[in-house]
Design a protein around this ligand. Sequence first.
Ligand code: SF4
Ligand code: SF4
Length: 388
Amino acid sequence: MPVRVDSGRRVETIGEHLDRCGFSRREFLEFCTKLMVAAPFGLALTNKVEAAEVAREVAKARRPSVIWLHFQECTGCTETLLRTSKPDLAELLLHLVSVDYHETLMAAAGKDAEEALHAAMAENAGKYVLVVEGALPRRDNGIYMKIANKTGLQMLDEVSKQAAAIIAIGSCASWGGIPSADPNPTDAVGVAAVLKTSKPLINIPGCPPNPYNLLGTVLQYATAGTLPALDELNRPKFAYDRYIHDHCPRRPHFDAGRFAPQFGVDGHREGWCLYKLGCKGPVTRAGCSTRHFNEVPDVWPIGIGAPCFGCTEQQIAFRVPMFQTVPIHDAKPPDTYAPISAPQGVVSPAATAVAGLVVGAMVGAGWVASRKLGPPSEPDSEREPKKE
Ligand code: SF4
Ligand code: SF4
């Protein structure tokens, strides 16, 4: 069930604000289509009419106040919000929400920045969304991360008390991420482990996360005064309800038992499955395979030939070695993807034997696919790179 939160006093609407700042309706409509903000509203964006419907709802809403804190992190989550392929779109994003405090984006520094934080908290008490980027070190009372002589733990405590809701953006804030990787010298943890308030907490993990997931969540709050339904790890279901493996363009090759044996060889370049190279897609829930990054088609890890490393899962990224293979829980091929054919029209036992290594995959997808494709001729997944 969505969580109800207070909506606050009457201020300029998003539509009024965009008009005043000179954004065209076409740009806004394009945003509503591309960013798929319809997902949290329970709408399926399949045509302009539905995008227009979402645009109407968003335009009527007030711009939500956002206070953004940085702790132990690399600022990659902020970068991903700003790195759209179109500068106009990046600008539009920052006009949809009122970012009232953000250490990377604001011009103020030192005492002025501190005053800006307290002014933003006072003006929007009980109504702002607190976005936390980065992990919090707990060792020695958190002294390994201090801003303005306050530890991260103290800052989180102070700012979260008056927030309407808290969003942990990125894997670091969600459950520790890179700073918490073994041996975790500062005892870094995610927000949930140290948050003292009972305010709603939403995790938007990813390294970096897709910015559309953040905007979709914040805009649902602005538009409907609710927060999206969450899964058992507090992630919005609209963005983390599917395995990468189930919507991966390389999946037909998995099912056919064609695995890229190494980077840069023919199979890798031809789009074969990256499972043997350590792909964590079979155990990772995220929307990367369907919502690409930077508004550029195929810009996501597997799209550019890198295995998924499981950054949206608490127990995978920074815990399981990069090239270690993972168990396959559900080897059933999905119902919907284009039919496939092996390069030589057949798939060999050597290729399908890889699926046999998979825990629990006695009836592996590769085996099923290989039966469909007929008897073997020569090994293909282990094929050597072509001699130039
Ligand atoms: S989650 Fe990844 S991208 Fe985001 S701050 Fe942490 S290390 Fe950087
Ligand atoms: S193992 Fe990885 S590359 Fe292969 S189909 Fe699954 S998600 Fe795609």
